[in-house]
Design a protein around this ligand. Structure first.
Ligand code: LLP
Length: 388
């Protein structure tokens, strides 16, 4: 891939770059977040008439100010662990528990019990939970995550549907679960499917609504169809921006077929990916056998998406933004692993040198939240940019 600035990005404005350079002076690697972009994405989704309930999947980015911003925009918060629930109520102590959704996978039973005690909406995704711990769930209203038997997504590692996936109740066992629920006085009030991440086919969500509505009618007590997350963002120049209007029209059409149900979504990436950049300094520039490498103080411990999913993030040199003469560089990190590579043949200013401030784009989702201390390197810092 090659880096060509896209004018629509907030951080390409001259003022924003000055702010980013100032931010990088506080130390790197550092994620910097632009809250107006979060608000803009939130408002785009809130404007879609077919959607009744909006949750933000906080696993994408759990920075307290991002959570407060999205709650302020009318979003509820979707959590998958006790730690995420604790974060949510620490960040927004006044948050009504009905605006929180707990959708864990193979979590310890104590986390379900604690979530139910807090009064948040809880999603179960297997029969065994009710069989082994009936007293935890007796008399509760629950949501049910179903595996619709097909998945999708930007990489096989984020496909969460089908037989090979650990997620969701098999469609074959829905009747069994509903029967058991009835004996425990459990009411299933929502049905849920999240089948993958970075899904670009509009027909996917129509299919999901249609299939969930079928289960909802069979179950009888369901009010909400939760379509999960999975909205894509354009990471590369060749990615078409997701056509929200077409998506909204598709949802409206399928909702008209199933008017009895409310539609919920729970995106992560769409709301925050473009709002975040990763600021990093170049440690060294090295030539080896004809390949020029720029090594950053950020690596796979800071942003693991390229190493884990072969994901692409645009990279630019903020210190030499207006340099016209460019050259191919491989961009690497300081971790002792061959996969510690952000990109090969990245077009960067030819004069790129140690000490330059570099920017890695679209890093607001699954960046800091997946960072580690591998090689005993520190976790990255985070900053909220002053919104001018
Ligand atoms: N709901 C559930 C139940 C989920 O498991 C997820 C993501 C979401 C919502 C939000 O999905 P999103 O809208 O962000 O696609 N680390 C990967 C993505 C893994 C997503 C896991 N579940 C990445 O960096 O691409």
């Amino acid at each position: 891939g090659s880096f060509r600035p896209r004018p629509a990005r907030w951080w390409e404005a001259a003022g924003a770059q000055a702010a980013l350079l100032a931010c990088a002076q506080q130390g790197t690697p550092r994620y910097a977040y632009h809250l107006p972009t979060v608000r803009e994405r939130a408002r785009q989704l809130k404007a879609i008439a077919a959607l009744d309930r909006h949750f933000y999947a906080i696993k994408a980015n759990a920075h307290p100010q991002i959570l407060r911003t999205l709650v302020d925009e009318g979003f509820g918060l979707e959590c998958v662990s006790q730690g995420e629930l604790d974060r949510v109520f620490a960040a927004v102590p006044t948050l009504a528990p009905e605006r929180v959704l707990f959708t864990p996978s193979f979590a310890p039973i104590g986390e379900y019990a604690a979530a139910l005690a807090r009064g948040v909406n809880v999603t179960i995704d297997n029969v065994e939970l009710l069989q082994q711990w009936p007293e935890v769930f007796r008399g509760r209203k629950l949501w049910l995550r179903i595996d619709l038997g097909h998945g999708d997504g930007h990489h096989e590692k984020v496909n969460t549907g089908g037989k090979q996936s650990k997620f969701g109740l098999s469609a074959q066992r829905v009747d069994e679960l509903v029967g058991l629920a009835r004996t425990l006085d459990v009411r299933i009030t929502g049905v849920h499917a999240h089948l993958g991440s970075g899904i670009e086919t509009v027909g996917h969500w129509q299919e999901v609504v249609d299939e969930l509505a079928g289960f909802a009618r069979r179950i009888g007590s369901v009010e909400i169809l939760d379509l999960g997350g999975g909205l894509p963002i354009p990471y590369t120049e060749d990615d078409e921006p997701f056509d929200l209007q077409t998506w909204a029209n598709g949802l409206a059409a399928i909702k008209a077929v199933h008017p009895a149900f409310q539609l919920a979504i729970e995106p992560g990436r769409f709301l925050v990916a473009e709002a975040g950049v990763l600021l990093t300094h170049a440690n060294q520039v090295v030539e080896k056998d004809g390949v020029l490498r720029v090594g950053l103080d950020a690596g796979m411990h800071t942003l693991i998406r390229p190493a884990l999913y072969d994901a692409w993030h645009d990279i630019g040199n903020l210190s030499r933004w207006n340099d016209a003469i460019v050259q191919d560089f491989d961009v690497v990190g300081p971790i002792c692993e061959s996969s510690d590579v952000f990109g090969q043949r990245v077009k960067l200013p030819q004069a790129t040198a140690a000490g330059d401030v570099m920017v890695i784009a679209d890093a607001g989702a699954y960046g800091f939240s997946m960072a580690s201390t591998y090689n005993l390197r520190s976790l990255p810092a985070e900053s909220i940019l002053p919104s001018a």
